[in-house]
Design a protein around this ligand. Structure first.
Ligand code: TGC
Ligand code: FAD
Length: 387
């Protein structure tokens, strides 16, 4: 009956070029064929599907927007579409790619020495070296300027002490990009997993992002060679620049989760007959479905314009903050409402809504909480720093 695609109400597809569409579709096929058959079980078991890493690398999804060093050099919109399709599968898959690409490969590419780039980036693009990103500390992640982890110069080395908390990929990582306070401001270090005094431990009992690894990192007098310091940046703008890259991807990823939830609930409410009519024939249900489609469509348009701004070099951090806030919030609200429309079935992993809903509780917290992004926008509007 409808001439409009329920999941792409304003025909965003027509605004993409052939290469962007091809990338989206090939990642979409990988998610449908390889990830979806196993992801609910992984979530149930609290297991990251590491067996998919070689295929993710083979598809060129690691460091996909970087130039050279075995990376695909795709545009920002393509990176966004990759995140969207991966998160249609599970936020844990997108998290893995976000961390490897935006939080680990990006700083080596942007701030590393030529020797560091050549040593690490091709192997990371092939998925043979996995990275994690250590910024957050146990005493408060929203305020990284208050970091306690520190590094002291000792001859040709640095001595690193401290701890990081809630670190994606921590226990499977071969290297950690660790941000630490020094006498010359905050600096980034590449800590290798076998450096004595470095330890990663898994966080257990998570109710969210269960198909993703989350860890604590400990540094007890870890000796890090000067050759492993990122020479190209000092100060908080180093890690915050990485966050800008990753947050951009998160402006897209949750749209995929929302698409998965809305698609499922459209099918479910069409099939389920209550009071002698399909659930979807009730006004109260249609208003809810229409509202979900409205939110999703506005988020899709916002993400695409954000991508075009990034590709033209005009993107601003406050725009990323507004889009992260808007698009994660809409996806979480859609997932919660879909969960409810599924009734009792909605509390099981037979349906995707509760898995996405629980995952999005992390996504709204990490990479800057919703409140932090509201305050970034508030600062942009008023000029007053209210953190
Ligand atoms: P502020 O004074 O605003 O800035 C310090 C310096 O940084 C520059 N800057 C940025 N640069 C690039 N991108 C951005 N988004 C930037 N925001 C600020 C700024 O220009 C300045 O440079 P300079 O040269 O003048 O020194 O810093 P502040 O201390 O006031 O903090 C501002 C605030 C609160 C927004 C910031 O601390 C913040 O964003 N807090 C939230 C922390 C956060 O998001 N942590 C995320 C950890 S990583 C993670 O969650 C990974 S999840 C991965 C996954 O699984 O997907
Ligand atoms: P807090 O900063 O303690 O915030 C607690 C509450 O206070 C929040 O609601 C916040 O919005 C609110 N708040 C804070 N400041 C203000 C204020 N000024 N005014 C009003 N309200 C305020 N970090 C990494 O470095 N690397 C990773 O790979 C990584 N992966 C993660 C994976 C998962 C699954 C999760 C859950 C987190 C991850 N994080 C990672 C950490 C994440 O970035 C932090 O959890 C986040 O930045 C918030 O920090 P916090 O948890 O310490 O909360």
């Amino acid at each position: 009956m409808s001439a409009v695609n329920s999941l792409d109400f304003f025909d965003i597809d027509s605004l993409l070029d052939d290469e962007e569409r091809m990338i989206r579709d090939s990642v979409g096929r990988f998610v449908d064929d390889r990830a979806l058959p196993l992801i609910a079980e992984c979530f149930d078991q609290g297991r990251f599907p590491a067996e998919l890493i070689p295929e993710i690398a083979e598809l060129g999804l690691l460091g996909s927007s970087l130039e050279g060093y075995g990376c695909a050099g795709l545009n920002a919109v393509s990176y966004g579409l990759i995140c969207q399709e991966l998160e249609r599968g599970d936020s844990g898959l997108r998290s893995f790619v976000s961390v490897q690409s935006s939080l680990c490969m990006y700083p080596i590419h942007a701030f590393g020495s030529e020797a560091q780039r050549e040593r690490w980036l091709p192997a990371m693009a092939r998925g043979e070296v996995i990275g994690c990103f250590g910024l957050t500390e146990p005493h408060g992640g929203s305020d990284p300027a208050n970091m306690k982890t520190h590094a002291r110069r000792d001859g040709d080395d640095w001595i690193l002490n401290g701890a990081k908390m809630w670190i994606t990929n921590g226990t499977i990582a071969d290297i950690a990009i660790v941000w630490a306070r020094t006498d010359d401001g905050i600096q980034g270090f590449i800590v290798e997993k076998d450096f004595p005094g470095y330890e990663a431990r898994d966080v257990h009992h998570k109710m969210s992002l269960r198909a993703s690894i989350t860890s604590e990192l400990y540094f007890d007098n870890v000796r890090v060679p000067e050759a492993n310091r990122l020479p190209g940046v000092s100060g908080l703008k180093g890690p915050l620049s990485c966050l800008s890259q990753a947050r951009f991807g998160i402006c897209w990823g949750p749209l995929g989760a929302a698409v998965a939830c809305l698609k499922e609930v459209l099918d479910y409410t069409a099939d389920r007959v209550l009071f002698k009519r399909p659930l979807s024939a009730n006004q109260a249900v249609q208003v809810r479905l229409a509202d979900m489609a409205r939110r999703l469509a506005s988020g899709q348009l916002l993400a695409l314009q954000l991508g075009r701004l990034k590709d033209s070099g005009r993107i601003k951090p406050a725009q990323i903050s507004m889009a992260k806030w808007n698009n994660v919030r809409l996806a979480l609200d859609i997932a919660r409402d879909c969960r409810d429309l599924l009734g009792g079935s909605g509390i099981t992993l037979e349906y995707v809504a509760i898995r996405h809903m629980l995952n999005l509780e992390s996504v709204i917290t990490y990479e800057g909480t919703e409140t932090i992004h509201q305050l970034v926008v508030g600062r942009e509007l008023t000029g007053h720093n209210a953190f």
